[in-house]
Design a protein around this ligand. Structure first.
Ligand SMILES: Cc1ncc(COP(=O)(O)O)c(C=O)c1O
Length: 1001
């Protein structure tokens, strides 16, 4: 090493410490100088041809001039001004030596997650480098070597090394496809290309565990440069980026779009990407099979082929459909002639034969959208009885009404529309056709001449029933297709592929629900510019995240209906507009979760849906205790609103029924209920009761607690008053340390920790008294939630209560987070502690979303409060609230939700403990039932706030909503509605596993 340190010093004048980097034959050293500047000193293998280095140096210099900001290594000249030196190594052998500036980052191969944004940036960097190299030339670019894709046919002669017949056949097919394209390839202009932008030659910075996404920081190693059509360069990068990518088609679209934005491609170049990609992988597996034969003892050679084989053998992408997608990603015509077809259709608008036999310009539109429609009530189940009635609210004595194109809907509830194993997996929701609803038997007329392309009876559950696809041609000869679904299958029996259908001909009829797959009678009328890759299963709806593509392939068919596009095109509420208005009219401290906020418009049990119908597993919201949109809550609310809704100044049996139900869940010493509107209001009232009963004001409360947003509640909420800008601690409040036995003063290995934490109350009481305050009481979230989902050691609360009572105070249990069965084994948290409070406060879940707070207390305390001044809360205890509150508690009992919280909680904790054992950043898993926390830590055990934010946002990317909490916001908070099921628990654990794997160790 000292030899090379000396070389660097002598020839470049750089003093640095050298570390040897990987490299089979060449010596590569990382040189780090005292000022932190980094270099890579490259001493090539003895005998290395000078042209190889010369080619790279000249190319790098060329790029530096053409594209100054591009992250490629700068070549550093030696003192003499030369960039390539011939020097002896420590053994006296002559080597070519050169120096480049080191680029920051790690290999793309080790970067996680590989988001589409990052892949698009790889495409952009590659596009810029290829553009920069367009004017570069070097005699060695034309050399003959095996990695030049234009010479890839060499593998054909070596295919014999692949002994597995299926693999042999696969590669033979790829070679044949490649050979067939050779004339097209040869017709393309050629230029200097990088030729090896594999995942070890791309560097990235940032990403996992940080707030900002990963960025490309380097494109290195130009040693394989050659002259070829530029699409070869992109195909080589693509061949590596797709390997083991969960959505290879999306990765390719992002890569190609990123490249195209910098160095625009033609549609025909784009079409070559897929066969070239496959050919590159074929070269790769053949090459490594040959190498394995030469080095039978090196298992790595075989292992390294595995991802390429997995991709080649397992990938089901259809080349034609992929081409359309890649073209759409580049905003190029999705198929040749697409723009001519659309222009012709537009020019003929108003002149097509009327599909439904009449002018539709006045036909009303009916929305079945996620936002505007309630079909189906359960977005995971569309019973036939409901499907047959879809849209009945738009029925008007059999008159035609139309359903929107481009409308996200939840009616596609069958698992076939899901794109993954979970209920919250991506699903296809966006309608790609226009619907014409009319009575069964209504005749359909061909809008123009066509030929039957497909005639089928797809009589599966909620499928198309009778379906016909016609093929048409514009006068210029460009083909396009129209699809008619949900027909009476009679037409399918009568018509066969190849039959001519004349403009205006009544060629089929709408089927009944029994004939048309089960739906209310209507036609699904869709236009498509190609059927390649979708013949077998023509999709009538698309994934909202892939609309750029489906909209291009299946455009709005309005022209064929003689209608303006705008009439039938659905426009969902624009999230950006809502966000803008919110920013304009709402306070800035009304916070929004997620860097890219979600807009949620429908819910069902423990799932939520955004405006595009994307499903989310709600593992965070504890307010919808018995599930979102519970039918029984809907029913009692509607029922009561139909009758009357008034206040507690009048008698109503619903009030006493609710009080009876609440008290039935509590020890007998609680006899009196107060109904209010929120947890905050209940805590305010608790303070008044404590003061009235004790005649004192002093309060003791754990640090980091939260009890509400009003002046009084903030005064006892250290979580708020102690924040920068907070009002500070009032002198009548004293804080005690949270009984956190993971991070606090007394840990789990200390058997006396409960008492030791409780003893901290003594000095707090003394401090209040020293300031002249007698003790009115103690208030705590029974299990501190905002403090970090903490379960205090058993026995803590009884010991605290004893001290408070001895000092004359009352004990208030804030059970807003913990009550009503969430804990599984206990209905309230204080039961776990073996403690008996004097006042219990309930909120959030008790109304399942309806604003409701409840306070219960003893007769004696209630009497102290009853001093002749009326207590009145206008909406607290309204008839409606009482009906809803009682229904919530009844549902918890009737549906066994407390037991479900226990069972699912046990499963979840087991899964999370598995992750704790697997990932160093999981410091602690704690909780009970469905009140759970996962504490994320750094290597030194400190709070990993950044990682927590990263994980929370990534979980959302994977369609799971969870929260974060704790004084340092490093605790993932999992608190789903109590309806959660075993498969949802599996999803949470599986997705968390994936996301945690992205976090660098
Ligand atoms: C423990 C606790 N108490 C009281 C409240 C206040 O309830 P609300 O927001 O319904 O007023 C909250 C709210 O988050 C809470 O978590």
């Amino acid at each position: 090493m000292t030899h090379w340190t000396h070389v660097l010093q002598e020839h470049w004048g750089i003093t640095a410490d050298l570390t040897r980097l990987d490299g089979e034959y060449d010596l590569n050293f990382l040189a780090e100088g005292p000022e932190g500047a980094g270099y890579v000193l490259k001493a090539m293998r003895p005998g290395c041809e000078a042209w190889l280095v010369d080619l790279q140096i000249k190319a790098l210099d060329h790029i530096a001039v053409q594209e100054p900001g591009l992250p490629v290594p700068e070549v550093i000249a030696a003192r003499t001004g030369e960039k390539l030196l011939r020097l002896a190594d420590e053994n006296g052998a002559e080597r070519l030596v050169w120096l480049i500036a080191r680029l920051p980052g790690r290999c793309y191969a080790h970067a996680a997650p590989k988001t589409e944004a990052l892949i698009a940036e790889v495409g952009a960097v590659l596009g810029r480098s290829t553009r920069a190299l367009a004017g570069f030339d070097h005699p060695q670019l034309a050399r003959d070597f095996k990695w030049d894709l234009m010479r890839a046919e060499w593998i054909a002669a070596d295919l014999g090394c692949i002994t597995d017949p299926a693999r042999h056949a696969l590669l033979t097919g790829i070679c044949e496809a490649f050979q067939a394209l050779r004339p097209q390839l040869e017709a393309l202009p050629q230029q200097a290309i990088h030729n090896d932008a594999n995942d070890y030659n791309i560097l990235v910075t940032g990403g996992a565990g940080t707030r900002e996404g990963a960025r490309v920081s380097g494109l290195i190693d130009l040693g394989d440069m050659c002259r070829a059509p530029r699409i070869c360069d992109l195909a080589i990068a693509a061949a590596y980026l797709v390997l083991d990518h969960p959505k290879p088609e999306a990765a390719l679209a992002a890569l190609v779009a990123g490249y195209h934005a910098e160095y625009p491609l033609s549609a025909h170049e784009v079409d070559l990407l897929w066969p070239l990609l496959r050919m590159r992988l074929a070269v790769s597996v053949v090459n490594s099979t040959l190498m394995a034969a030469e080095n039978p003892d090196d298992p790595y050679v075989t292992i390294s082929q595995a991802p390429a084989w997995r991709f080649l053998e397992g990938c089901t992408l259809h080349g034609g459909l992929l081409n359309a997608r890649l073209r759409a990603a580049c905003d190029l015509p999705v198929v040749d002639g697409a723009e001519r077809v659309m222009a012709w259709l537009d020019s003929q608008r108003g002149h097509f034969a009327p599909l439904m036999g009449e002018d539709l310009s006045e036909a009303p539109m009916g929305s079945l959208s996620v936002e505007h429609s309630l079909w189906p009530q359960n977005p995971f189940d569309m019973p036939l009885a409901e499907a047959a009635r879809v849209g009945e609210e738009f029925e008007d004595e059999g008159r035609i009404w139309l359903g929107y194109y481009h409308e996200p809907r939840l009616i596609y509830a069958e698992p076939a529309f899901r794109k993954g194993p979970w209920k919250a997996s991506d699903r296809r929701t966006v309608h790609l056709a226009v619907d014409g609803f009319a009575p069964a038997g209504t005749a359909l007329h061909a809008p123009l001449d066509g030929e039957v392309w497909v005639a089928e009876d797809r009589n599966g559950h909620l499928d198309y029933g009778g379906v016909i696809i016609l093929r048409h041609r514009t006068p210029a000869g460009d083909p396009f297709y129209t699809l008619y679904g949900h027909l009476d299958p009679e037409a399918v029996q009568r018509l066969s592929p190849g039959d001519r259908v004349a403009r205006g001909q009544a060629f089929c009829r709408l089927g009944t629900a029994e004939q048309n797959g089960g739906w209310a009678p209507h036609v699904h009328f869709q236009l498509a510019l190609s059927t390649e890759g979708i013949e077998a299963d023509w999709p009538g709806v698309g994934d909202p995240d892939e609309m750029y593509f489906w909209r291009a392939l299946c455009p709005n068919p309005a022209a064929l209906l003689n209608l303006p596009d705008e009439k039938v095109r659905y426009q969902p509420t624009d999230k950006a507009e809502v966000l803008g208005k919110r920013r304009a009219h709402f306070g800035g401290n009304l916070s929004l979760t997620y860097s890219d906020p979600v807009m949620l418009v429908r819910g069902w049990k423990h799932h939520l849906f955004d405006e595009w119908g994307r499903p989310y597993l709600d593992a965070y919201n504890n307010v919808p205790h018995v599930g979102h949109a519970h039918p029984r809550i809907q029913a009692v609310a509607a029922d009561q609103l139909r009758r009357m809704n008034s206040n507690t100044r009048y008698l109503h049996p619903a009030q006493t029924a609710f009080a009876d139900k609440v008290l039935s869940k509590l020890p007998d010493h609680f006899e009196v209920c107060f109904f209010v509107n929120s947890g905050t209001e209940a805590n305010e009232l608790a303070l008044r009761l404590a003061r009235a009963h004790t005649g004192a004001k002093g309060m003791v409360t754990p640090d980091h607690g939260y009890h509400g947003n009003t002046t009084g509640a903030i005064d006892i909420s250290a979580y708020k008053f102690n924040k920068p800008g907070g009002v500070g601690k009032p002198d009548w409040v004293e804080l005690v340390e949270v009984a956190d036995d993971y991070r606090g003063s007394f840990r789990r290995d200390d058997p006396a920790r409960a008492q030791k934490f409780a003893d901290l109350v003594d000095p707090a009481i003394a401090a209040l008294q020293a300031r002249g305050h007698r003790v009115a009481g103690f208030i705590a979230e029974t299990f501190p939630s905002v403090g970090g989902q903490i379960i205090p050691p058993k026995g803590y609360l009884p010991a605290v209560y004893e001290k408070i009572r001895a000092a004359g105070g009352v004990c208030i249990a804030d059970e807003v987070q913990t009550g009503l069965g969430r804990l599984g084994d206990y209905y309230f948290g204080f039961e776990h502690q073996g403690a008996l409070p004097d006042i219990v406060v309930m909120g959030k879940p008790i109304g399942n979303g309806h604003p409701l707070g409840v306070l219960v207390t003893t007769k004696a305390i209630a009497e102290s409060f009853d001093n002749g001044i009326e207590f009145f809360s206008t909406f607290g205890g309204s008839t409606l609230s009482c009906r809803i509150g009682k229904e919530v508690l009844d549902i918890v009992d009737d549906e066994g939700l407390q037991a479900n919280a226990r069972d699912r909680g046990t499963e979840l904790i087991a899964g999370l403990r598995g992750l704790e054992a697997k990932y160093a950043c999981v410091g602690d898993v704690r909780g009970m039932g469905l009140f759970l926390g996962l504490e994320l830590i750094r290597a030194d055990g400190s709070e990993a706030t950044e990682i927590c934010s990263y994980v929370k946002n990534r979980m959302r990317d994977h369609r799971i909503l969870i929260g974060s909490e704790g004084p340092k916001d490093n605790i993932l908070k999992i608190r789903p509605p109590l309806t959660i099921e075993a498969e949802d628990v599996e999803m949470i654990v599986a997705v968390l596993d994936r996301v945690l794997a992205e976090v660098p160790v």
